[in-house]
Design a protein around this ligand. Structure first.
Ligand SMILES: [Fe+2]
Length: 235
């Protein structure tokens, strides 16, 4: 991997450490190899999350939506000084806290970032309860794993329209946050541990309007607790 591309995806050394493992492993997209931002490779095969998330969903969600956000970002930064900045720098610079609508450059860069965390928040044969330090933090923060699951699920279910449900470390304890559209905790200085995409494009092909089932499957079969624990360990 070329160093420039790596730095674009790593968001700087500190952030790279925070995300642990290889969440931002970067493959050179032949259609996009000369662009400043690259589509990161999925950490598993397109059919690896079946039967819970179908190959068709991943082909569209990763191959069309995520790829589109990367392409839009490259188009928007072309011939500007932003082309030399990291994704997080652009997100922080372009986010407008009081705006009803964010700019295209914020929306696209944030969606690149959010989706990369989302893919890594899932793993084949994931889900269930975590162990070790992760469980200790959950019990300390929420009282029990079941209370945490109920809290996260309720917020994900009630998120109006498109958005994201996050597990974060904030004020010395784990908390669940939701963000609308492309908004992301990192622009508020809050480090995410894992995220669930609750835009309809994430689940509609597999679950239609049954967001509840998608949330249950995330908990029962998909959550990558190792990813969350590594992020927690690096904070
Ligand atoms: Fe999405």
């Amino acid at each position: 991997m070329q160093r420039r591309a790596f730095l674009k995806w790593s968001f700087g050394a500190a952030a790279m450490a925070t995300f642990g493992l290889t969440p931002f492993g970067c493959s050179r997209d032949p259609e996009n190899s000369n662009q400043p931002f690259q589509l990161p490779s999925l950490p598993y095969a397109l059919d690896a999350l079946e039967p819970y998330i179908s190959e068709e969903t991943l082909r569209i969600h990763y191959g069309k939506h995520h790829r589109g956000y990367v392409a839009n970002t490259n188009h928007l930064v072309a011939n500007t000084s932003l082309a030399k900045r990291t994704l997080i720098e652009i997100m922080r610079q372009s986010f407008e806290p009081k705006a009803c609508r964010q700019s295209s450059i914020f929306n696209n860069t944030a969606q690149v970032y959010n989706h990369t965390i989302y893919w890594n928040s899932m793993t084949p044969e994931g889900g269930g309860e975590p162990g070790g330090l992760m469980l200790e933090w959950i019990e300390k923060s929420f009282g029990s794993f079941s209370v945490f699951r109920e809290t996260f699920s309720n917020k994900a279910r009630k998120q109006f329209a498109s958005g994201w449900t996050w597990l974060v470390l904030l004020d010395g304890k784990l908390q669940v946050l939701t963000t609308a559209n492309a908004e992301t905790p990192i622009v508020h200085g809050i480090q995410p541990l894992l995220v669930l995409d609750v835009w309809e494009h994430a689940y509609y092909l597999d679950y239609k309007n049954r967001r509840d089932q998608y949330i249950d499957v995330f908990f029962d079969h998909l959550i990558n607790w190792e990813f969350a624990a590594n992020n927690l360990g690096e904070i």
